[in-house]
Design a protein around this ligand. Structure first.
Ligand SMILES: C[S@@+](CC[C@H](N)C(=O)[O-])C[C@H]1O[C@@H](n2cnc3c(N)ncnc32)[C@H](O)[C@@H]1O
Length: 232
């Protein structure tokens, strides 16, 4: 897998990583608490009380904190290529972080598993659709037990014809209404320059299918964000 220049988005910067872990960026995901609650409901369908869950793009620890509070019996592996984001996640989670196996690496570097469930929240839109996205999805499926739930949440390019100005204005405005400070709004706007590797929702479903996932259901949609649950 090619290097995704994670530094481009500030994920290699310790101060940015700490701000992220402190919750600031959650403001830019509309309906974050509901999305996490639905993710847990869907994981519960295939993860037993003592099950194993693989969390891809785990930096910052945002979802791991929510998951661990919901299911103290689950064993988690959190994978992320940014050591700074992993460190910020560990720090933010405190004692809970001892329950987590932290792995510094890209998605295909994840341990073999097998896992009862997996998530990749707000991360796959940084992986290029040049074969890497498909490779990442195949790597996730290969680590799940047959039938295991996979939850994917991405920022998408709706309809494949994203008007960046309109999209960016709405993205920033919802952050402002959620209480984000002006400097955070400016940084969020600057990150929306067309440099991420977003694809259309239709392309995401095509890639999930090609990777061998089945029962692919949309469960979350907010502005340009989409979330699917699928089974390995
Ligand atoms: C927006 S954050 C999401 C973190 C967390 N999942 C959440 O929802 O708060 C994106 C994360 O993806 C990681 N990342 C960036 N490029 C990646 C890649 N190619 N493969 C795996 N993770 C990547 C970054 O280091 C960062 O921690």
């Amino acid at each position: 897998m090619t290097d995704m220049s994670i530094s481009r988005y500030g994920y290699k910067d310790a101060a940015t990583a700490r701000r992220y872990a402190a919750g600031g960026r959650a403001m830019f995901l509309p309906g974050s608490p509901m999305m996490h609650a639905l993710t847990l409901q869907l994981l519960d369908e295939t993860v037993p009380e003592d099950g194993r869950v693989l969390v891809l793009g785990a930096g910052g620890g945002m979802e791991l904190g929510v998951f661990a509070a919901h299911a103290p019996g689950w064993a988690f592996t959190g994978v992320d290529p940014s050591a700074e984001m992993l460190a910020a996640g560990r720090e933010a989670l405190g004692e809970v972080s001892n329950q987590i196996e932290w792995v510094e690496g890209y998605i295909p570097d994840a341990p073999d598993g097998p896992y009862d469930g997996a998530t990749c929240l707000r991360t796959l839109h940084f992986v290029a659709d040049n074969g890497d996205k498909l490779e990442a999805l195949k790597a996730i499926r290969a680590r799940l037990k047959p039938g295991g739930a996979f939850i994917l949440v991405d920022n998408c390019n709706p309809g494949g014809t994203l008007d960046f100005e309109r999209h960016a204005a709405r993205f920033v405005e919802q952050g402002r209404r959620a209480g984000a400070a002006d400097d955070m709004l400016a940084r969020a706007r600057a990150s929306l320059t067309g440099k991420t590797e977003m694809v259309s929702p239709e392309r995401e479903v095509e890639l999930l299918t090609e990777a061998g996932f089945r029962e692919i259901d949309l469960f979350y949609a907010a502005l340009s964000w989409r979330g699917w649950v699928a089974r390995a």
